[in-house]
Design a binder for this molecule. Structure first.
Ligand code: ZN
Length: 243
């Protein structure tokens, strides 16, 4: 049987989005899961999302929110909205759940595919890749033809040819042999590309076909959970606009 991977990332405690994505994975015939990290942060269901991801039994990379929640990081320099949710999330999780997050790897290779949350040049620094120059820096450290990442919450393809790196809008296509790809799978739980629908990617390892999925979910339910938890209103509002 062909291995069909779903690559999920930046779930950010959004259970309403995650449930719709997991249902879609089943409908699409997904056989294996990979997670590029940031299971928690921003939304109101950290425990439920963490359980759902752990139940998948798949590789999960360390995201910056996973790291901040599970470390003693001082949050004084943080955006106050982000800091409020990190502190709130720390209070929701058990010691075992915090331990799980603390021990997530920064980089892993699975069947010839590399996984990282942010970028392969200094993954623990959580730099952002928004252009071909930043992607070029990561490609230097990419030893496999394909690497999946997240962090910006914007689906995107970076292609390395012999002499240059190109940025290509996320689109379904068959990856040609002989080039390297650094692919951002977008965000399940807090998309920021102007499209509020949940995002993830499917990759068929045999046919080399990548498909970018976008799915409507109950945004109002996720917003209500944020309000009920007393988290910042701005975090509820941004879900509706995908920014
Ligand atoms: Zn994130």
């Amino acid at each position: 049987m062909d291995k069909i991977f779903a690559i999920l990332g930046d779930i950010h405690s959004n259970l309403d989005a995650l449930n719709v994505v997991l249902d879609d994975c089943r409908a699409q015939g997904v056989t294996d899961f990979l997670c590029t990290g940031d299971v928690v942060g921003y939304n109101a269901c950290p425990r439920e999302c963490l359980k759902a991801v752990r139940d998948l039994g798949c590789p999960v990379m360390m995201g910056n929110h996973d790291h901040y929640v599970s470390s003693c990081q001082n949050l004084a320099d943080f955006n106050p909205h982000a800091a409020a949710v990190i502190e709130w999330t720390r209070r929701q999780l058990s010691d075992d759940e915090i331990d799980y997050l603390r021990n997530l790897p920064f980089v892993k290779t699975v069947m010839g595919m590399t996984l990282v949350h942010s970028t392969l040049d200094n993954p623990g620094a959580f730099g952002y890749v928004f252009d071909h120059l930043q992607a070029e820096a990561s490609f230097i450290h990419q030893m496999t033809p394909l690497c999946f990442h997240g962090h910006t919450h914007c689906p995107m393809i970076y292609e390395k040819q012999v002499s240059a790196v190109y940025r290509i809008d996320a689109q379904d296509f068959r990856l040609p042999v002989g080039r390297k790809y650094f692919i951002n799978v977008g965000s399940v739980g807090q998309p920021r590309d102007g499209d509020p629908r949940a995002a993830y990617a499917i990759y068929n390892i045999k046919t080399r076909q990548i498909v970018f999925r976008r799915l409507e979910y109950d945004v109002e339910a996720a917003q209500e959970r944020i309000r009920a938890a007393g988290l910042p209103e701005r975090l509820a509002e941004r879900l509706a606009i995908g920014r």
